[in-house]
Design a binder for this molecule. Sequence first.
Ligand code: SF4
Length: 348
Amino acid sequence: MTNSDDVRGGAVLSPRIIFIWRLVQLIVWLIGFAIFFLLIFNPAVGLLILWNILIPVAPALLVVATGLWRNICPMATTVLLPRRLNMSKKRKMTPLLQSKLQLAAIVSLYLIVPLRHAIFNTNGLATAGLLFGAAVTGVLMGFRYDWKSGWCSSLCPIHPVEKLYGASAATTLPNAHCDRCVKCSVPCPDTTPDFHPAITKKNKYQIWSGLLTIGGLPGFIWGWFQVPDHTGANSLDLFLKAYQYPFFGFLASLLCYVLLRKLLEQNRDRLLISCFAAAGVSCYYWFRIPALLGFNHIEQDGLLLDMHGILPAWSISLLTILSTCFFFWWLVFRKPVQRSWVKRPVYA
Ligand code: SF4
């Protein structure tokens, strides 16, 4: 795919390229809608596809091709509809409000994800309700605010993870959403090279969201994998249990991050962020790969294909070690790429 630069310095996409991206967005959106439909009418299949196929691919995709995800995410396609259909009021969100919403996004990620064990992993209707609630919120924000400021770059709970994992993307793709840049988000996460969660520290909300994302995520992920699924959790005790380990893991790694930041020289900050990003995504696959293949340390949660008795246990250990080596190499040891996720379109 090629695109050219116009005199205003941004990238202009040819109609053919725009058509291809729209087609891909439509296909992915239809897949997303089909999963939503299955969650309601065939929950077993819907839950399997969502939690054990789509979500396990997502962290690796965010690391390697953040821009691809930003271009084709079905939720983004949905919430940007008001803007695309010219039904948005196109309000410019203040940087302060955007910072507050970004903090709300990381807090809601930490509050929602443990509920997967308590309810969402095993209840299709509840998961469909969660997705529906997110889509309605995003669309309402899209009716008011311009382009990605209302959801994709502010309130979306996945956005903090994109920022942490996506600093070393393989390539910069064309921007398949915004046709003209209206500077809806400053700095724009999509078009700023080497974007990461601590890049903006202009107010306390930005400082806190950077800190919670970088420091808390690896320990939170570790803690999350120590909790079994509670099918139909209906007591307060079980709900609280879903939060215990993730919360303590979150606190422990946050503390490590704060201490290391104090101990290391300031010019090592960027390296520390990369190490925490690599630790987070490696920890995810360290537990996720065995679980998907039937080698989970906790019952049969998160099973995709039971290879127990077919594959030797050492091959699973080898896979997890290789995945950890890959993510540390990609995020920490590779030469810094200083790339943005997508190209900036021309200014409006
Ligand atoms: S490219 Fe411009 S319009 Fe698009 S998300 Fe970034 S700042 Fe907003």
